[in-house]
Design a binder for this molecule. Structure first.
Ligand code: GAP
Length: 475
């Protein structure tokens, strides 16, 4: 299996060193699979969110956004099937007491095998998962002599289901009636608001509701940095369609979502579709968009054809009709749903992995290198850095005026410390696409040097043009 663990480790270190991602509550040694976004990480994440939100809502007249609460009535999760079905097969090692998700344990073992052999094991695992054959999964683990990374033994319990939802108490009285869940997906907030939005927005099927928000899952094996977290964000869109048209819409959204990813300029060979072998309890067709991370091809986004499962379930449990009257065909029906669901943190990780480049810039005279984050300009945390060449002769004042003009429109950074070369390197490391230097010539002819991050080329442009040059690239 081709993975590049060294590159992945370098990216994790870079994210920490340059203020993108920190382990949560690090001064207390962190909290497993929970992370905080730093000063540049939170900007990058916000830009990804905005790019998705705009593409879904502003650019689609028939999609609107909502922002539902994280806490929902507990019956929501009974109706959605999460109380009974949102679980993963787990196995415990009797010696270390460590618990593993069965598919992750087998996948980690497969990483150590030659590709063809590994694929055969994965195919066997997929088949057993599809059949919910827990005894067969245990036999596979034992036959392959898969061991626990802590105890080194293969002394395993039986495979059991383990629910992934976090629960807590509402109010001050601790009893079962007050138990509520932290939502494991944002989608249910959309389903329960289906009629509110349809009626108040006078929406006509087909239409969509989009949402960005936190979700929580008690992932048992949470590893690989922000790839699998216990608290994460999803960007989901439920598209309500007339029954019978779901296949067509499923194909359309599959294509549209792939185009969204490619619109950020990523090499198409780094993406692929992967059909689900084992469908989630709500889906009648599902596909993942996978990206070639340094740890291998992994899921970033899912497109699911959910039928009328969710609305019908909520109808049954709430005893409220969740139907739509289609004036074109004079019929009442429960719409079918195509869902697009992308993890914001995964998209962040994708963006960081895709942008990270270590470059050797050595010449015969001098050893040199740089780490550059080649973010699409739209997503870069800082768009423009402005440097006065020296701290005197009025250069800082001119540079500051430029920052003041531009900061109304996009994020700028002003710096006057260290050599220009060092200042460029720091901006490369956080992915700033444009750096401008104000020097003595600026006072004479009103031009500045603009330096482009990826090519490192520099040219002189009128100071008054800088704002528009940057705006043109980030719109
Ligand atoms: N509403 C459908 C749904 O939640 P999912 O495939 O379970 O489907 C959708 O999740 C997306 O959410 C995934 O493709 C992934 O990007 C993200 N995601 C899921 N679990 C995650 C976790 N533990 N950490 C980070 N992202 C996660």
């Amino acid at each position: 299996m081709s993975t590049d663990q060294n590159k992945f480790q370098a990216i994790i270190s870079h994210c920490k060193e340059y203020g993108f991602v920190f382990p949560s509550s690090e001064i207390y040694d962190g909290l497993s699979a929970v992370y905080d976004y730093g000063q540049y990480g939170s900007e990058l994440k916000k830009n990804i969110k905005d790019y998705w939100w705009k593409s879904m809502t502003q650019l689609h007249e028939n999609i609107v956004g909502i922002d539902a609460a994280i806490f929902m009535h507990p019956t929501t999760w009974k109706a959605s099937g999460h109380v009974d079905n949102f679980s993963d097969p787990m196995i415990d090692n009797k010696d270390s007491k460590k618990r593993y998700r069965v598919d992750h344990l087998i996948e980690a073992y497969v990483e150590t095998l030659p590709e063809a052999e590994g694929n055969a094991v994965l195919a066997q695992m997929d088949e057993l998962l599809k059949e919910n054959d827990f005894a067969g999964l245990k036999t596979l683990i034992e036959e392959k002599k898969i061991t626990c990374s802590v105890s080194g033994t293969s002394n395993w319990t039986d495979v059991r289901q383990f629910n992934l939802m976090f629960s807590t108490q509402l109010g001050s009285v601790t009893d079962e009636a007050n138990e509520i869940y932290l939502r494991p997906e944002t989608a249910q907030g959309i389903f329960v608001n289906f009629l509110n939005v349809q009626k108040t927005g006078r929406m006509k099927v087909p239409f969509g509701i989009a949402q960005i928000g936190k979700a929580f899952r008690n992932e048992i094996v949470a590893r690989q940095f922000i790839f699998r977290m216990r608290e994460f964000e999803q960007m989901e869109m439920q598209f309500f369609v007339r029954p019978g048209t779901q296949k067509e819409w499923y194909e359309k959204w599959k294509e549209e979502r792939m185009q969204w990813h490619l619109s950020l300029g990523t090499d198409p060979s780094k993406y692929r579709f992967k059909d689900h072998v084992k469908l989630a309890h709500y889906a009648d067709a599902a596909v993942d968009i996978e990206f070639d991370f340094p740890i291998g091809f992994k899921e970033v986004e899912g497109i699911h054809s959910r039928g009328d499962f969710d609305l019908k379930q909520h109808q049954e449990y709430s005893k409220k009709k969740l139907q739509y009257f289609d004036t074109e065909i004079n019929q009442n029906y429960v719409p079918y749903v195509i869902e697009t669901s992308i993890g914001l943190d995964r998209m962040f990780l994708l963006t960081v992995c895709n942008a990270y480049e270590e470059q050797d810039l050595s010449t015969p005279e001098k050893a040199d290198s740089r780490v550059v984050m080649k973010f699409p300009a739209k997503l870069a945390p800082i768009k423009l850095a402005v440097f006065p060449l020296t701290k005197k002769d009025g250069l800082p004042e001119t540079a500051q005026l430029l920052v003041n003009e531009c900061k109304q429109h996009f994020h700028c950074y002003y710096e006057e410390k260290d050599s220009i070369g060092k200042r460029y390197r720091r901006q490369d490391a956080i992915g700033t696409p444009f750096c401008v230097t104000v020097d003595h010539q600026t006072k004479e002819d009103g031009t500045v040097t603009i330096r482009y991050r990826d090519s490192m080329e520099q040219e002189r442009v009128p100071l008054t043009e800088v704002k528009n040059i940057v705006l043109n690239k980030i719109m």
